[in-house]
Every structure is written in structure tokens, then in C-alpha cells.
Design a protein around this ligand. Structure first.
Ligand code: C2G
Length: 130
């Protein structure tokens, strides 16, 4: 069984998120998503609208997602890859090159981001529409 893992906040879920989850799942048979905890979001300088629990609940409802685990630190990826016997690590190409240290443990794939949508754009356009 080919296992794939990807990481992210996945706040205000949109079709760009679904697009990368679909393509990540297409690279194997089992997709694990490590979703950023609220505390790790603080470390990333991100404030998400939905709590960790609710973002996890939403992700678990997606047919491409087989398992959701917490992302608490930058450093956990090597352990996650080893412990879950991951074959392929996937991220959007805004992270191109940033996780190449994982190449000694698994395939590392950066997929093109989906143009025309982002959580930031949603927040900005909603704020302007008031
Ligand atoms: N993404 C995408 N296209 C978009 C928006 C997002 O392909 N239009 C991808 C991102 O490249 C990322 C994933 O969707 O791979 C999740 O995006 P975020 O929730 O913004 O995740 P991020 O804050 O980049 O967290 O340790 C890694 C970090 O946790 C990544």
C-alpha cells in the first residue's frame, strides 16, 4: 500500500485545497493529512477562522483523505514519514525545495498551486464586500 502525506492549515476549505488533496491521493492508495494545530498556526503566524477540531472534522469528511493527524512542529515530518511508512510527501509548490531534506526518507513532490483562490483572498474579498 502506497502511503502519501501532506501538511497544512486547510482553513476556510476551498477548491484549491481539494485540488491538492485529490492529486496527493492520486499518487498512492492512502492519504494522511497533518493539519496544523492552533498553536502551530501561531508559530506559522497564521490565524485560522476554524478551530483545529473543526478543521480536522471538515478534512475527515473529504473522500480523498484517509487519516488526519496533528501538525504541532516544523520538526515532526521525518518522524511522521518514518512512523507512518510514508512513500510520498506532497506539498504545493509555494514550498518548492523547502522540504528536500525528506528525500532520503521518501519521494518529495511539489505540486503546482491552484491559481485564483486562497484563504487570504476569501478573507480579503469578504472584508471589502462589507
Ligand atoms: N494550496 C494550493 N493551492 C491553493 C491554496 C493552497 O495548492 N490555491 C496548497 C498549499 O500549497 C498547501 C496546502 O494547499 O500545500 C495547504 O495550504 P495551507 O493551508 O495554506 O497550508 P500552509 O499554511 O502552507 O501550511 O508544514 C507545512 C505547513 O503546515 C504548510
Amino acid at each position: 500500500m502506497k502511503k502519501v502525506i501532506t501538511y497544512g492549515t486547510f482553513d476556510l476549505l476551498h477548491w484549491g485545497h481539494i485540488n491538492i488533496l485529490k492529486r496527493a491521493k492520486d499518487l498512492g492508495d492512502y492519504l494522511i493529512v497533518a493539519i496544523s494545530s492552533d498553536e502551530f498556526n501561531d508559530i506559522k503566524g497564521k490565524k485560522s477562522f476554524h478551530s483545529y477540531e473543526n478543521r480536522k472534522f471538515i478534512l475527515e469528511a473529504i473522500k480523498y483523505v484517509d487519516e488526519v493527524i496533528p501538525e504541532n512542529t516544523w520538526e515532526q515530518k521525518v518522524i511522521d514519514v518514518k512512523e507512518n511508512e510514508i512513500d510520498t510527501f506532497v506539498m504545493g509548490d509555494d514550498w518548492e525545495g523547502k522540504f528536500d531534506f525528506l528525500k532520503e526518507h521518501c519521494n518529495v513532490v511539489y505540486l503546482p498551486r491552484t491559481e485564483g483562490i486562497s484563504t487570504t483572498q476569501i478573507k480579503t474579498e469578504l472584508a471589502a464586500a462589507k
